[in-house]
Every structure is written in C-alpha cells, then in structure tokens.
Design a protein around this ligand. Structure first.
Ligand code: PLP
Length: 400
C-alpha cells in the first residue's frame, strides 16, 4: 500500500459517519434503532426540483460546466443572496461546489499557511477543526457556552485573537445548539473585527431557512457591509430543500478568494454535477412553499422533543431557534450507575447506555467540543421521536 501523508494524522473520520456505521451494525444484527443522529431532512426533494433535473438530463445538460457553476445557477444564487443579505454579489464573487462542506474546505485550503489560526466557537460543527488542521492551520476553540446563550461574545472573540489569527468561523443557526445570532450580537463582533483588519470571517449559514423565529436569520454581511470583502458566506441547498445527496453548495466572498477556490476546483473535481446544478437553480428560484411547510413540521417535532426531554429528570434541553437539533445538557447524569453497575463517566458511556437500553442513538457533546451534553436530531417523524423520548426516560429512570 502507498504510505500515507503526514497530514493524514491530522484528520479523522467525521463522528457522524462513524455513528452511522454503528447504527448500520445494530440494524444488521436485527435490532431496532431510533437514530436521533440524522443530520439531513427526512423529507423528499421537492417534485419540481426533481423535474428540473430530469429536464436537464433530457436537454443534454450532461457535460462539464465552468468550475464556478452554470450561469443559471450563478444567477439564482446571486438573486437569493440579494434577497437575504441586501448585498448585490457580482459573478466573480460566487463559488459553487459539492456542498457547503467542500467550499469551506477549499476556503481553508486556499488561505491557510502552516500555523495560521482559526477561531472556532465551541460547541461547533464537528468538521471545522479537522478541516483546519488537515490544511495546516490550528483551530483555536473559543468558549460559546450556556452562560452566553451559546454565542461568542465580543470579549471571548477579543481574547482568542493572536497575531496568527486568520479566520473566525461563525455558524448561525448553529449546529449543534440551534442558537441564532441576533443583529446586536453580530454588531458587537463586527466592532472587534474592525480593529483587526487581517481577520476574515467564514459565515456558515447552511441552516438559515430552518428558522423558528419571526424574522429572517440575520447575516453578518447585512449588519456590517463594510466587512463584506472579508466575509465568506457559505450556504447551499442541502438542508433547506432536502437535497443533501445532490451535493450543491455555494459561497460568496471576495473575488480573490472565489478565484482561488475556482482554481482548486478546476484541478480537483473540475466542476460540480451539471444535473445537480440545474436542480439547485430550480430550488433557489422556486417559491417558499416547501420551506414554509417543512418548517411548520419541524416546529411541531422540535416542541415534542424538547418537552419530552425536559420532562426527564437530569436532562436540560435547549430550545433551538433554528436547524433541526436539540442540544441537551446531561451533565447531571455523569457518575450515575446503570442497573448492571457500570458507572457512566464519559459522554460516550451515556450514548452507549441509551443505545443498549433504548435503541436510541444520539451524538455525544464531546464531538462538538463540549462534553456533558448530547445532540438529538428531530429530522425524524413524530412517532419515532415520541418512542425515543419514552425510551430515554425509561433508561434514565433505571440509573442510580
Ligand atoms: N455546515 C454545517 C454546520 C452542517 O451541519 C453541514 C451538514 O451537516 C454542512 C455545513 C454541510 O452541508 P452541505 O451538505 O452543503 O455540504
């Protein structure tokens, strides 16, 4: 076998993929599993989006496209960004890739030199630190915990900045907590950033349409348009339109960064799938009906899951403002003893106990840089959620 590069020691498989393997193992053994690990909508892609893809195939849109996407998708993205942020992005300020994930990876690959630091507020999406380290950078975790509503404060930001800081990652709505930054909170961060012109901001807004608030999720670029050249907005169609398997994401930022990402695309994947691009354009150009309908369903499930977990002694779920995860403080159960006499010490012990006792799978808080918690998804039907809540309640009641 070829020897692996040194950088491979700086990256591990995504915990979500690892848990998915564990779920498959359990299912293969004939055991029922309630996978509250799901990181994607359980809805089907909207019919008109599928039709647009079929039409694209029939019309022969089956060849390489520009590394930065088709003109039609580019236009749909720019319209969407204008509606959302009030900013008119030009053609050279958009990147298109195989998911927001790929674009975030490429943004780091394009900009990080050995030792450059990236501030990642914790709890954080599992992938940011690995994406930073594999590209030579150093993730600097900044506390954004319960005390501050799971948001990075201006003070915590200021304290994390060094001469090597290159990026701040801002994920709103947040995975795993569902926290959404308000305008005043973004303005406070912008104030710090204005004093540090070398720092750019990677704004991951992939969950912005799954929003339980009465107003749209605010964007840093809207609050602080003067920082626009330093902001890379990452978004996509995966979550809003139930299109995770189509693999289309987009980014908006400075022409220099978008050109660099395009160069990397042209030397790695050439371009994202032409058929998926046609589907993504149809999704972005379509009405809001699908989003409104699915958010109403998510809201009911959210309320069911939060109230169910809240009724379990020892669990403190946070009501998410966006996304489809409930972040739950389970630190009160640390040190508890199972009926078999095993002591629950780590997050993994608790997760394994839920799996064995109730068939419920959750993702451990330490995966997100915040032990003593777990993340439970509500991208599942209400009957499954109700069964999971009952199972967790029973499992916890057996602890002593
Ligand atoms: N960013 C966050 C915070 C996510 O949770 C995810 C998916 O789980 C992504 C980005 C990736 O989305 P995409 O499917 O567009 O690559």
């Amino acid at each position: 076998a070829p020897g692996l590069a040194g950088r491979m020691s700086r990256v591990k498989e995504s915990p979500s993929s690892r848990v998915a393997d564990r779920v498959r193992e359990f299912q293969a053994a004939g055991r029922k599993v309630l996978p509250l690990t799901i990181g994607e909508p359980d809805f089907d892609t909207p019919g008109p989006v599928k039709e647009a893809a079929i039409a694209a195939i029939r019309a022969g849109e089956t060849k390489y496209t520009s590394a930065n996407g088709t003109p039609a998708l580019q236009a749909a993205i720019r319209d969407r960004l204008l509606r959302k942020t009030g900013q008119a992005y030009g053609p050279g300020e958009i990147s298109v890739g195989g998911g927001a994930k790929q674009l975030i990876f490429l943004a780091f690959l394009a900009t990080l030199d050995e030792g450059d630091e990236v501030i990642v507020p914790a709890p954080h999406w599992v992938s940011y630190p690995d994406m930073v380290t594999v590209n030579g950078g150093s993730p600097v975790l900044a506390a954004a915990g319960a005390e501050t509503g799971y948001k990075l404060t201006a003070r915590a930001l200021r304290e994390s900045i060094t001469d090597r800081t290159k990026w701040l990652v801002l994920n709103t709505p947040n995975n795993p907590t569902g926290a959404v930054y308000g305008e005043a909170e973004l303005e406070a961060l912008a104030g710090v950033l204005r004093a540090h012109p070398r720092i750019s901001v990677l704004c991951d807004e992939i969950y912005d349409e799954i929003n339980f608030g009465t107003r749209p999720v605010p964007s840093l670029v809207t609050v602080a348009p003067d920082l626009r050249e330093r902001i890379f907005l990452a978004n996509g169609v995966s979550k809003a339109y139930a299109m995770t398997g189509w693999r289309i994401g987009y980014g908006a930022g400075s022409p220099e960064l978008c050109a660099a990402i395009s160069t990397l695309q042209s030397q790695s994947s050439s371009c994202p799938s032409s058929v998926s691009q046609a589907a993504a354009a149809a999704a972005l150009n379509g009405g809001r009906e699908f989003i409104d309908e699915t958010v109403a369903v998510y809201r009911e499930r959210r309320d069911l899951l939060v109230s169910g977990l809240d009724a379990v002694a020892g669990l403190r779920p946070l009501t998410p403002e966006g996304g489809f995860y409930v972040w739950t403080d389970a630190s009160a159960l640390s040190g508890a003893r199972t009926p078999e006499g095993r002591v629950l010490e780590t997050d993994a012990d608790l997760a394994e106990y839920f799996l064995e006792t109730a068939g419920v799978v959750v993702i451990t808080g330490d995966s997100y840089g915040c032990p003593g918690h777990f993340r439970a998804s509500f991208a599942l039907d209400s009957a499954t959620l109700a069964e999971a809540v009952t199972g967790i309640g029973r499992a916890v009641s057996l602890l002593r």
